[in-house]
Design a protein around this ligand. Structure first.
Ligand SMILES: Cc1cc2nc3c(=O)[nH]c(=O)nc-3n(C[C@H](O)[C@H](O)[C@H](O)COP(=O)(O)OP(=O)(O)OC[C@H]3O[C@@H](n4cnc5c(N)ncnc54)[C@H](O)[C@@H]3O)c2cc1C
Length: 415
């Protein structure tokens, strides 16, 4: 939609083909319905993963966060800044979706919903796009009537495979592949991690500040810190999402993936040991089950005490140094094996997608098929949590819309 609005504003006649019942469906779910549109802290080399070095930087330098904010301001969306995390002033993701649609309609963009694009073919002077109406019996099997569209330029903005109920069912990969683009196998990213062991059933429902370090075959692969969520299947929460794509990739390579959770990330090992000793002296008569009450959620404290072999009913004064040391290890280095990730259904984005070495980062034009542009999550770039994935969609969309319009103008001028 960002591409459509940009191309239409530059004077192009634009048609959007959308197979869901409305455009911008996924946007409605973003940021828990509040839409974390972008982020003022932009370091493309660390905020984007995948692709090839420099690609995300080149794209986000073409269409910056500032230009994106101007783009939305010009449509009537002022924003709210929460420590650099940008939301629409309204606090409603639906207002971003509605505004994009209103602006597209104002500019004369034809938005055709309920049309599944099944094929895009390069023909002389442009493309032939074949779509079938969705919702009709057997529409995906090819029995319903097809509509063919002729156009001079195609912008492929079909998303990835994450949250397919919002429309991104992975069919964009097949369209890109049919046009000669290599697809890096997509995997869930920004997703919950499933851990081995029944212990997590006891921990379900706990939220606590902590650090997470991910290891692949024993080597550190990623780390983050923030509010951890412990669930009956494993771990979730923003820091887990941030490291999850590395778990996905390592698991797909058959590597052994483990995590180490640090429940006291503000303390070093030595500080934790000293803290526990002081606490034992200070709270000498307190029963084991409440020794960590006030430091951690009580349920978590009890589980860690038990793992360290400490009685939950004896007073703290009798905890031997050796067990206090084991408790420190549980607090600073609670380990679990990752057996998998939750599925694409639960993932916020996916990693993998159309290889970016076949796309020009200055225009988003395909290097394989002139006149074809690729944007957003369809590409082999995934952002961290915090508005970076939508910024990727805006930057690539605006860039593609602008480049397609410019190249069309040049072609028309040459004729
Ligand atoms: C629950 C959730 C919360 C999120 N929150 C945030 C957030 O707060 N901030 C952030 O930055 N990112 C967030 N994201 C990620 C972000 O929404 C996506 O990265 C972004 O929407 C990708 O944009 P896109 O245009 O590439 O693809 P999409 O938004 O997926 O759009 C692709 C469109 O193409 C249509 N389509 C696909 N194939 C076809 C076809 N063959 N024919 C016709 N139409 C087709 C789809 O129906 C869809 O409308 C969130 C994602 C989820 C799932």
């Amino acid at each position: 939609m960002a591409a459509a609005v940009t191309a239409a504003a530059a004077g192009c006649r634009v048609t959007v083909l959308e197979h869901r019942e409305r455009a911008c469906k996924k946007l409605l779910a973003t940021g828990n319905g509040r839409c974390n549109m972008t982020n003022l802290h932009m370091d493309p080399e660390t905020c984007y993963r995948g692709g090839i070095p420099g690609f995300a930087s080149a794209v986000t330098a073409q269409v910056t966060v500032g230009e994106t904010l101007d783009f939305f301001a010009s449509m009537g969306i002022p924003v709210r800044n929460r420590d650099g995390y940008i939301y629409p002033r309204s606090g409603q993701a639906s207002s971003v979706a509605d505004t994009l649609i209103l602006e597209a309609e104002r500019l004369g963009v034809r938005i055709c919903c309920g049309l599944h694009v099944r094929a895009v073919e390069k023909v002389k002077d442009g493309f032939s796009v074949t779509a079938v109406r969705t919702g009709e019996p057997s529409s995906r099997e090819g029995k319903s009537p097809e509509t063919a569209y002729s156009c001079r330029r195609v912008i492929l903005s079909a998303g990835g495979k994450a949250a397919p109920s919002s429309g991104s069912d992975g069919s964009g990969y097949e369209l890109a592949r049919s046009l000669g683009h290599r697809i890096i196998p997509p995997l869930p990213a920004l997703v919950q991690l499933v851990c081995r062991g029944k212990l997590f059933r006891q921990l379900a429902g706990i939220r606590t500040e902590g650090g997470v370090t991910l290891f692949a075959d024993g080597a550190p692969a990623a780390e983050d810190r923030g509010e951890l969520q412990l669930t009956e299947y494993g771990i979730s929460g923003i820091p887990v999402f941030q490291v999850s794509r590395f778990a996905s990739v390592s698991l797909s390579k058959g590597q052994k993936v483990t995590v180490r959770l640090d429940f006291l990330p503000e303390f070093t090992e030595e500080e934790t040991a000293a803290f526990l000793k002081t606490r034992r002296a200070q709270l000498a008569s307190r029963e084991g089950q409440d020794f960590l009450t006030g430091v951690l959620p009580r349920k978590l404290g009890c589980v860690l005490m038990s793992l360290a072999g400490i009685s939950l009913s004896d007073p703290a004064s009798v905890i031997p140094d050796r067990k206090l040391e084991l408790l420190k290890e549980q607090l600073k280095g609670f380990s679990a094996e990752i057996t998998g990730t939750k599925s694409f259904d639960q993932a916020q984005v996916c990693c993998g997608g159309a290889a970016v070495d076949q796309v020009d980062p200055l225009t988003m034009e395909s290097l394989e098929v002139p006149g074809l542009y690729l944007t957003g999550e369809l590409l082999d770039i995934d952002g961290i949590c915090g508005g970076y994935n939508l910024q990727w969609a805006w930057s690539t969309g605006i860039s593609a819309g602008r480049s397609a319009a410019n190249s069309l103008k040049r072609t028309v001028a040459d004729q």
